[in-house]
Write a protein that binds this ligand. Structure first.
Ligand code: SF4
Ligand code: SF4
Length: 444
């Protein structure tokens, strides 16, 4: 596939070409050209790191809108558990769910419930003999794309189970179609998302031909309206189905606790740069002995997603309190978290292998690639190694690569440019001091 959908976009008018996003991008997918940031589509994983870093709010996310609900006969909201963390514990989950129905959705189904199904399925998967370890979580689509592009050799280590939101969508599409007697295509299923990566995985899924989700609406996009509704006080007649186990998936470490890995060696890593470092260690075979690695692109987990509104530490506090209260409530009424799932909910037959996309190679042609490596190494020796970013490439290494690829020149480096100007000035000075032989009286 040569065309990529990306939900992260640039608002060119706001961009000052300050290089901050280019220097923070974990994929080195951004260059500054003509004073504006340019995203290399084949490298971008829509992790949203550039959105967080841009001081001028020049990066934005394309998501769907409540207006899109009009295109469908029946609309279902799938709120990420991160949505609950945006509100304090005095706002009950039942009220949040009911609030969503007041925004225009006909039905609400919690992604946390999908997370419970997936937790049980991962538990079973980990018991299988012969699977590659450490098993790597596949719940965060930004991490899956990072692996697909930068560490394709780790694809087989990924959990071959859909993310909770896909499972929730599959369950609900089948259920609503049956109950409402509707054609599945007439049902709109909308993920209330904390991140652009989820929006991208709706449009261009990995591991399946087509997503069961119709679209994604950013939490920040509906938060204001929902907040106003909840301030008014709602008589909620919608009931939560999830337990604290699924809700906890919104924070780093929640997934592995939900899977229940008391006797296993697990590693929880969050923040895209840390994830990339740990994946590199796995690829180098340095993390043997670990059974499971929970990987999340955002610091703190999904509560740190770029489309959230609440401070991530406050969100974590909110969620911890909420989970504790849910657990107490459920124990009091004798309700247990989900105990079993159906294979059909996992869509095993719909899954296909994730294709590697190793775009980090310099050229498809091995001879050309070797020549480019040579040019790149030579260039790198000549560059100052300051990684200042003034050239518009994030590091001197990236500039050397851009020069080898023919998309940048040596004089894009301000230091090399200054050297050239100085040499030129000396040459001009030497020339200026030379007299034409007809005027040069001393030369005889
Ligand atoms: S961080 Fe990137 S997008 Fe934002 S102003 Fe700087 S160069 Fe432009
Ligand atoms: S950690 Fe969660 S919010 Fe962040 S990119 Fe991954 S799935 Fe999205």
């Amino acid at each position: 596939m040569n065309e990529y959908f990306h939900s992260v976009r640039l608002i060119a008018d706001r961009c000052k070409g300050c290089v901050i996003c280019a220097k923070r991008c974990p994929m080195e997918a951004i260059r500054i050209r003509g004073g504006k940031a340019q995203i290399t589509e084949s490298r971008c994983i829509d992790c949203g790191e550039c959105i967080r870093r841009c001081p001028n709010h020049a990066k934005t996310v394309v998501t769907d809108d409540l207006k899109n609900l009009a295109d469908y006969r029946f609309n279902i909201a799938l709120p990420a558990p991160t949505l609950y963390a945006q509100f304090g514990i005095t706002t009950r989950i039942d009220e949040i769910l009911f609030g969503l129905t007041q925004l225009g959705f006909d039905k609400v189904f919690e992604v946390a419930r999908g997370a419970e199904i997936v937790s049980l399925a991962i538990k079973d998967y980990l018991k299988r003999p012969g699977i590659k370890r450490p098993v790597i979580s596949s719940a965060c689509p930004a991490v899956v794309r990072l692996i697909q592009i930068k560490f394709p050799e780790l694809i087989d280590y990924l959990v071959p189970i859909d993310a909770p939101v896909e499972v929730a969508a599959r369950v609900m599409r089948a259920k609503a179609s049956r109950e409402q007697n509707l054609n599945p295509e007439d049902i709109g299923i909308w993920f209330i998302t904390p991140c652009p990566a989820k929006m991208t995985s709706v449009k261009q899924p990995l591991g399946s031909e087509k997503s069961n989700i119709t679209g994604a609406i950013g939490i920040s996009r509906i938060y204001g309206e929902l907040f106003k509704l909840l301030q008014g006080g709602l008589t909620a007649d919608t009931r939560r189905h999830s337990s604290w186990i699924g809700v906890n998936w919104a924070v780093a470490g929640g997934e592995s606790s939900a899977v229940g890995m008391e006797n296993m060696n697990r590693l929880v890593v969050h923040g895209i740069h840390s994830v990339s470092d740990v994946l590199e260690q796995i690829a180098l075979g340095r993390l043997n002995g670990i059974d499971y690695v929970e990987t999340l692109a955002c610091a703190g987990g999904c509560i740190g997603g770029p489309l959230t509104v609440q401070n991530r530490f406050v969100a974590e506090y909110n969620l911890q309190q909420r989970a504790r209260k849910m657990q107490q409530e459920d124990i009091a009424i004798g309700r247990k978290p989900l105990q079993e799932y159906k294979e059909s909910e996992l869509g095993v037959n719909e899954r296909r292998a994730i294709e590697p996309r190793p775009i980090m190679r310099l050229d498809e042609d091995i001879c050309k690639a070797m020549y480019k490596v040579e040019v790149m190494e030579k260039m790198l020796q000549q560059l100052p190694g300051l990684d200042c970013g003034s050239c518009g490439s994030p590091t001197c290494k990236a500039l050397a690569e851009d020069i080898a690829q023919g998309v940048a020149s040596e004089t894009d480096c301000v230091f090399k440019l200054r050297e050239r100007v100085r040499d030129l000035a000396q040459e001009m000075k030497a020339l200026a001091e030379k007299m034409p032989p007809s005027l040069d009286k001393d030369s005889s």
